[in-house]
Every structure is written in structure tokens, then in C-alpha cells.
Design a protein around this ligand. Structure first.
Ligand code: IPE
Ligand code: IPE
Ligand code: MG
Length: 240
């Protein structure tokens, strides 16, 4: 492919905020849920693009802890599409050696959704080529509180000393345990905020915001984001 972007710096983990499904649908005179349907189609396509560029880990923000504030019907549709996504793509993910991770509090999800997620996690647990991290009922603040409680419990029970609490140990209590920090965070639909997404993991990532709505986020928009990333100078607090 002659127009392929040449990556100029390491890019291991991309985190997407898949935003704009509702506005995409509204623009077409369609109900919001059809935006989610179309949006779910993009997940595997964008994941494949990432693979093509050698990106090993992709995170997708699918449902936030704040999204419970939406109409029940919209939420139901969204979970149904996510379930259908896993059922449809599981063979594809297995073939490519993709490990599925779900970040978030799964216990609040409908049982059917929980079971589909657990099945995907179990089936792909030994895959080592790539990681697909779906953030579902995910909120960074919830994640940090959850990690703090786990750590506090270990200290209370005597299995952990306060002096042993390091950044690395803390990371290993997050939903994303074992995954590398985010290198590039891409949010679609023109909103320029984090909306409680991977606050810890995005500490030193590059942010790219695109006006394109998630259902329209295809190769061109993705490669534009890579070009923007190429132009960033990552200093991590040092000098270059
Ligand atoms: C993102 O699209 C998907 C979820 C938040 C679940 P939205 O549904 O937020 O779409 P807009 O922002 O209303 O257009
Ligand atoms: C963030 O999008 C959550 C997901 C994409 C799942 P929202 O549309 O919920 O975020 P806000 O409310 O505009 O900040
Ligand atoms: Mg939105």
C-alpha cells in the first residue's frame, strides 16, 4: 500500500473514545440506536487497521459508568449490539491470536451480556499476539476506588506492607492490569475531554481529537491521527 503512513515512534497502545454515534444517526434522520449498531461495526475494522500498523493493544470505550443516565431502551440496544459483536467476531479474534479484556465493573451488566463477555475472555485468555480491551461500565474514578479498596484490604489482612505500594503495584490493581500505558488517545466527534476514561493510563499519552463521528471513523481518519501522532514530540518530563 503506497500511501501507508510510516510510524516514526513506538506505538503500542491506542485508546479510542468512540463518540458521536447518536449525532451520526440524527444527521441521517435515524434513531440513535442505529448509530450504535453502525458504531459496533467499526470496532473490528479499526482494530484490524491497528494490527496492520503493528499496534499490539487497543482499548475501546464502549459504555461509561455515567452512561446509565441514558434511556433504558438505548442502553438495551447498545448491550445487544456489543453481545452480537463478540458472537460475530470471536472466530476472527481467535484466528488473529487476540486476547479479549473487559475493563469495568461487569457485575452491573445484564447477565446475558456478562456471560457473553466472560465467554470471550475465557476463550481468548491464552492468546498473546494482540489485546482488545473493551471498556464496559468503565469509569476511571470507579477503577481507582476499586483498586484502593483491594490494596487497603491486603494491608489490613497483613499480606501487603504500606511501603510496598508503588506505582507498579497500583497499576496491577486496575482493571487494565498487565496492559502497557496508553501511547495515543483518539476521541471522535469533536468533543475534547476525557469523560472519566483511563485517567491513570493516559498520564503521558498523546491526545488526538477528530471531528469525525465514530461510525465514520475509517482508514482515512485513522491514518490522519497517526500522522498527527508522528508530529508529536514525547518528552516524558525530560528534554529532547
Ligand atoms: C458514543 O456515542 C457511544 C456511547 C457513549 C455509548 P454517543 O451515544 O455518545 O453519541 P453522541 O455523543 O450522543 O453523538
Ligand atoms: C464517553 O462518551 C463514553 C463513551 C464513548 C462510551 P459520552 O458521550 O458518554 O461522553 P460525554 O457525556 O459527552 O462527556
Ligand atoms: Mg457522546
Amino acid at each position: 500500500m503506497e500511501n501507508k503512513v510510516q510510524l516514526l515512534q513506538p506505538l503500542t497502545h491506542i485508546a479510542f473514545i468512540m463518540d458521536g454515534n447518536g449525532r451520526w444517526a440524527k444527521k441521517r434522520g435515524l434513531p440513535r440506536y442505529l448509530g450504535h449498531k453502525e458504531g459496533c461495526e467499526r470496532i473490528i475494522e479499526v482494530f484490524d487497521l491497528c494490527k496492520e500498523y503493528g499496534v499490539k493493544v487497543c482499548s475501546f470505550y464502549a459504555f461509561s459508568t455515567e452512561n446509565w443516565n441514558r434511556p433504558k431502551d438505548e442502553i438495551r440496544h447498545l448491550f445487544n449490539y456489543l453481545e452480537a459483536f463478540f458472537k460475530r467476531e470471536i472466530d476472527h479474534l481467535m484466528r488473529d491470536g487476540v486476547r479479549v479484556v473487559i475493563s469495568g465493573d461487569m457485575s452491573r451488566l445484564p447477565v446475558k451480556t456478562q456471560n457473553t463477555c466472560k465467554k470471550a475472555i475465557e476463550q481468548t485468555k491464552n492468546n498473546t499476539n494482540y489485546v482488545m480491551n473493551i471498556c464496559l461500565n468503565y469509569g476511571s474514578r470507579d477503577e481507582i476506588v476499586h483498586a484502593s479498596k483491594e490494596i487497603a484490604t491486603e494491608v489490613k489482612e497483613g499480606s501487603l506492607k504500606i511501603d510496598d505500594i508503588t506505582e507498579e503495584l497500583f497499576s496491577n490493581h486496575l482493571y487494565t492490569k498487565g496492559l502497557p500505558d496508553v501511547d495515543l488517545m483518539i476521541r471522535t466527534s469533536g468533543e475534547e475531554r476525557l469523560s472519566n476514561y483511563l485517567l491513570w493510563q493516559n498520564a503521558y499519552s498523546e491526545f488526538v481529537f477528530t471531528p469525525v463521528h465514530w461510525p465514520d471513523f475509517k482508514r482515512d481518519a485513522f491514518e490522519d491521527a497517526l500522522k498527527e501522532y508522528n508530529n508529536r514530540q514525547r518528552r516524558f518530563g525530560g528534554l529532547k
